[in-house]
Ligand binder design. Structure first.
Ligand SMILES: O=C(O)CCC(=O)C(=O)O
Ligand SMILES: [Fe+2]
Length: 275
């Protein structure tokens, strides 16, 4: 994007600097800068969506049995699936590395990026998600940054609308340190209406909340949190993967091999000697 004074069919007066979009990603990046979120349509086809639903349901059940429903509820992690890509390559190849969305992430954050987390959200028809409370993905943080330091993709696996509880966003809230007033929120919150396969890309400092699912069925979604490597991974995906993808330079960074904390001074120095 660049600042020029090229006029087009939109009438202006006294404007000599304006944004001009150069490729298909730029309109999304402009919305990310101004609003803090943008919707990319049709990033997954119906076959990929079926595989996503099947994989999510299977892994949710697996993790539910592994940890127990009561324990999940006790740590406010009910209806959540974690790190699916560590169990099933599909969630790496088509979700975290999604060919329609990853180019936008790379254009904004660069190629030195880490996947802080990949989370499946199984919003239930008859219960309330913990994520219905307003939050920033970078929790407890009340600063803004001159450039994005973390972006999130929220993949709509089922329809997102007023009935199923599409996610709400507060436009521009990544640009302001404090959380706004009740009056401002009620007037300005925007609910995402989207089809399965659409993806909301947002700055991790943009305030958002899940809607309440009033439909008869589960409303599934997946979020991927991409950060500059100055932010720690939530779960050490590289250790779960046990060396897999370590030799791919981009994946070594994304999955956590590259910027892991060294165990000692000697280990840190030896690792640098090898480079
Ligand atoms: O499930 C939702 O609507 C939003 C969940 C959420 O907070 C997120 O993906 O970051
Ligand atoms: Fe969130």
């Amino acid at each position: 994007m660049s600042q020029t004074n090229i006029p087009d069919d939109i009438k202006v007066h006294g404007v000599y600097e304006r944004t001009v979009n150069k490729d298909w990603m730029d309109p999304h990046i402009e919305e990310l800068q101004r609003d803090g979120f943008t919707v990319v349509r049709g990033a997954l086809n119906s076959e990929q969506l079926n595989q996503t639903r099947e994989g999510l349901d299977y892994l949710y059940d697996f993790q539910l049995k592994e940890f127990g429903e009561e324990n999940l509820a006790a740590i406010k992690d009910k209806y959540i699936v974690r790190s699916m890509l560590a169990y099933d390559d599909f969630f790496l190849d088509h979700i975290a590395l999604n060919s329609k969305v990853l180019p936008i992430i790379k254009k904004v954050l660069g190629t030195n990026i880490s996947l802080s987390s990949q989370v499946g959200i199984m919003s239930p028809p008859n219960d309330i998600l913990y994520q219905t409370a307003w939050h920033r993905e970078l929790q407890y943080q009340h600063f803004t940054s001159s450039r994005p330091i973390a972006l999130q993709t929220l993949i709509c696996v089922d329809p997102f609308n007023a009935t199923t509880g599409g996610t709400f966003f507060l436009p521009g809230s990544h640009l302001h340190e404090p959380f706004p007033s009740n009056e401002y929120i009620r007037k300005n919150e925007i609910q995402i209406i989207a089809d399965p396969g659409d993806v909301v890309v947002f700055n991790a400092l943009t305030y958002h909340r899940a809607g309440v699912n009033c439909s008869q069925s589960v409303r599934r979604a997946i979020n991927n949190l991409y950060t500059l490597p100055i932010i720690q991974q939530q779960i050490n995906i590289s250790r779960m993967l046990n060396g897999k993808h370590k030799d791919d330079p981009f994946l070594a960074g994304l999955l956590g091999y590259r910027w892991e904390t060294a165990d000692s001074v000697l280990a840190w120095r030896n690792a640098h000697l090898k480079k």
